[in-house]
Design a protein around this ligand. Structure first.
Ligand SMILES: O=C(O)CCC(=O)C(=O)O
Ligand SMILES: [Fe+2]
Length: 346
């Protein structure tokens, strides 16, 4: 796999052999008709959001069969890595000259919406795009770029320190089932990796006793720094089990930074999981036009450190969240809107 690195094994963990095969869909061979599905102008995603999403879903119906089949398989049965990488999707014309948005806000220089269409078209085959009011004013397409002053903070606009492993919005009652990351520009050195570790790779490294503790609601997670008030305090979120679902093939709630155990034994099990993740994680270097789909229930992710230059051409991703069932969050959304407005006190 291009740009992959195995995680360094920790002394107290027996290293495991992790297969290096990443499910990849090569989109660089799309014919002109398929390219046009992404490139042809359509509704404005920021003004006519619902029209834009419907239009993208209709366009996605016309994508080549192998793309739809891969997305369908990923949606229905996932895979052991919990990721699907679509490589070489179309990019906005003239993107090379558009600056990476300072402050990671919406770009006013980018006046075409190809990247947004990639996210919405691919996302529509997995579920429905949603956003959270606390993050970037509820933008469905969020710009991730290094921001001056955030170099060492554990948020997506950090850079120089490793972004620790997390499930996206682990504390949220309507957490997304999928996270999509589209790369508009890699980092200058082209060495940054989006890191990930699936529970199916980490589980074999855990003892029966640790597994059983992790299946109990002996853990508390904090509210993300980006979600406001309760932000900087750890352990203010709900009590949860770390593992849930089928014992042999579980889902996981995990946040290396924000999660705390409520008993010493539970803390040992959490530490064992942390070591297991450090032992099995892998990384993928996203390039322009690559879209990484992450199964947020099976796989935690993070990012390796990098050096920003703040010269207008730093690393730039767009991110979207996907839920399988819009109805679950209906009570916390306004009619006809995708923004989830659940409030968190703190
Ligand atoms: O920058 C990356 O590659 C990952 C960032 C991240 O964790 C996120 O956006 O949720
Ligand atoms: Fe993340």
């Amino acid at each position: 796999m291009q740009g992959s690195t195995a995680g360094s094994a920790q002394a107290s963990v027996v290293p495991t052999v992790v297969p290096t095969i990443v499910s990849t869909v090569d989109c660089s061979t799309f014919d002109e008709q398929t390219m046009n599905l992404f490139l042809a102008p359509g509704p404005n995603p920021y003004q006519d959001t619902e029209e834009f999403l419907l239009d993208c879903e209709m366009r996605a119906d016309e994508m080549p069969r192998f793309v739809r089949r891969s997305l369908l398989e990923f949606q229905v049965r996932s895979n052991s890595e919990g990721i699907l990488l679509l490589k070489g999707l179309p990019i906005d014309p003239g993107l090379y000259h558009v600056h990476t948005p300072e402050n990671a806000q919406r770009s006013h220089e980018k006046t075409t919406f190809v990247s947004e269409r990639c996210l919405a078209m691919i996302g529509s085959r997995l579920g429905h795009l949603v956003s959270y009011i606390q993050e970037k004013n509820g933008d469905l397409f969020q710009n991730l770029a290094p921001v001056k002053g955030n170099e060492t903070v554990q948020i997506s606009t950090g850079s120089q320190t490793r972004l620790q492993f997390h499930r996206e919005t682990v504390f949220h009652p309507y957490a997304p089932e999928y996270l999509l990351l589209f790369c508009l520009r890699p980092d200058h050195a082209r060495t940054t990796e989006t890191t990930y570790a699936s529970i199916s790779h980490a589980l074999p490294l855990l003892s029966e006793q640790h597994r059983s503790l992790l299946f109990q609601p002996l853990y508390r997670t904090g509210i993300d720094y980006s979600f406001g008030k309760a932000s900087s305090v750890k352990g203010q979120g709900p009590m949860l089990p770390v593992l849930y679902g089928r014992p042999e093939d579980p889902f996981l709630n995990y946040d290396e930074d924000l999660m705390e155990a409520l008993t010493p034994e539970a803390a040992e099990a959490l530490e064992a999981l942390k070591l297991a993740i450090a032992s099995v994680y892998r990384g993928v270097r996203l390039n322009m036009g690559d879209l990484l789909c992450i199964d947020n229930r099976r796989t935690v992710h993070g990012r390796s450190p990098f050096q920003p230059k703040y010269d207008g051409f730093d690393r730039w991703l767009q991110r979207s969240f996907v839920v399988r069932d819009l109805g679950l969050s209906a009570r916390d959304r306004l009619p006809g809107e995708r923004i989830i407005r659940t409030e968190f006190s703190g």
